[in-house]
Design a protein around this ligand. Structure first.
Ligand SMILES: [Zn+2]
Length: 453
């Protein structure tokens, strides 16, 4: 794209946002090139009118005024149902991609490296979430103290406390730890922090521990998330008690023929976690038709599809069309930087739009907004930016005027700011050359603060 055009586009976006802010306290309007929501097809040239933080009118920009509309895209704030922020310091995904047990070895090695500070990686990950317009993140919590997650009025964290345990001693310790963590998070009484539970995966969690955790979720009304049907190796371990994961557990001295005798069915695991008020099936790359039927009958359960992670491991075609046709709630997550290049949920959305030409844009938007909010549990409204709703969303700059689907597939956009109950917030959001529209930019001062440290 021509540099001059890029800078005039950013100027017109900035001018539109500045005008909006200067009219605070009065009824004011914002013209956007595109309005993208989960409720219907994207609309071009929309004028939103706001008063007292509410959208009071939403109508097309008159034809004669359209050439002056800034290339802004307005869409609801985002919900990322699944990530592990403790790996946010990684610059590139971990290898090998072709051996899952080998990749787990690399993850464990990274986690154990001496120069690594998990809480620093988490902070970097949270900043990335804020910068990319997230309203809520489903985070897998391991050893880090929940108090290390700074309070925020823009980003809600659902902390899924992870449990891993195959031996009876470890199972007992892990269950007590999860109970204690849930009490701690609830005791903090923070609106931006919610407790949840994550039995890690079938190959790391004993069926008895899984049952105890599911019972806890029922008793305490907590959402649950579990990595399930992620690899063929996992299915082989359950069905036959063999394969690369069995060998990995043997090497670690954790394999037991009693725990993995073969003949175990994935569906029986789904039945256990189905008891929780909200269940997230993380990945579900290899769910069979029987398991999909079970999910169809259990609307409290959702599947979290992580598109770029799926691509990283070169799994077989994702059963997205089948899941959606059965009415199963599928949402999009990033997973961690150990298997995806960054935590930008919009790039996951872009990947899905690029890969599935049949997928409606509004369906895909729902998978990172409304559906995702419904999947993850805590009462959370995602504004659909219609008349009568709160004026909250994210503002992107479109870097081209091609068709919206193409623009996403070609990643020709960047997040500029958050619209939070009518207020433009641009802290931490500065794409190429963008310094935030107002008051000398709070992002610059954040950067300066970091430099001083
Ligand atoms: Zn994961």
């Amino acid at each position: 794209m021509h540099a001059d055009r890029g800078s005039s586009e950013i100027d017109s976006c900035r001018a539109a946002l500045r005008r909006w802010e200067s009219e605070q306290g009065r009824e004011r309007t914002l013209d956007v090139r595109w309005l993208m929501t989960a409720s219907g097809p994207p609309q071009e040239y929309v004028r939103l009118t706001e008063a007292d933080q509410q959208i009071v009118d939403c109508r097309p920009v008159p034809a004669g005024e359209r050439s002056a509309v800034a290339p802004l895209i307005l869409m609801p704030q985002l919900v990322n149902c699944h990530t592990h922020l403790e790996f946010s310091g990684l610059r590139t995904p971990l290898h090998p991609r072709d051996s899952f047990s080998g990749w787990i070895g690399s993850v464990l090695k990274h986690r154990g490296s001496e120069d690594r500070v998990a809480s620093a990686e988490i902070l970097a990950g949270l900043a990335e979430c804020e910068r990319n317009g997230l309203q809520c993140v489903g985070e897998i919590l391991t050893d880090t103290d929940p108090a290390a997650y700074p309070q925020s009025d823009t980003l809600t964290k659902v902390l899924f406390q992870e449990a891993i345990g195959l031996t009876s001693e470890r199972m007992e310790q892990q269950f007590r730890m999860v109970e204690q963590r849930v009490r701690q998070i609830r005791g903090m009484q923070r609106d931006d922090l919610h407790a949840a539970v994550s039995p890690h995966a079938p190959y790391t969690v004993h069926p008895q521990l899984l049952q105890q955790l599911a019972d806890l979720c029922v008793r305490e009304q907590l959402p649950v998330a579990m990595h399930l049907a992620e690899t063929r190796a996992e299915l082989q371990l359950l069905e036959q008690g063999t394969g690369e994961l069995a060998e990995m557990l043997q090497r670690m001295g954790l394999f037991s023929g009693q725990t993995f005798p073969g003949g175990r069915e994935l569906c029986s695991l789904l039945e256990v976690i189905a008891a929780a008020p909200r269940s997230l099936v993380i990945h579900g790359n290899y769910l069979s038709s029987r398991e999909l039927d079970y999910l169809q009958q259990n609307p409290q359960m959702s599947v979290v599809y992580c598109p770029r992670t799926h691509a990283w491991f070169r799994h077989t075609e994702y059963p997205l069309q089948q899941m959606l046709s059965q009415g199963i709630r599928v949402v999009i997550g990033t997973d961690s930087r150990a298997s995806t290049p960054d935590l930008n949920l919009l790039l996951e959305l872009a990947e899905v739009l690029r890969r599935y030409a049949w997928l409606k844009i509004e369906t895909a938007v729902g998978m990172v907004t409304n559906s995702a909010a419904a999947a993850i549990g805590p009462a959370m409204a995602v504004s659909q930016l219609w008349t009568g709703e709160v004026a909250s969303g994210i503002l992107l700059k479109a870097a081209s005027d091609s068709d919206l689907r193409e623009l996403f597939a070609r990643r020709e956009f960047e997040v500029l700011a958050r619209l939070q109950a009518g207020v433009i917030r641009s802290e931490g959001m500065f794409g190429s050359g963008y310094e935030g529209p107002f008051r000398g930019s709070s992002c610059q001062s954040t950067e300066a603060t970091e430099e001083r440290k």
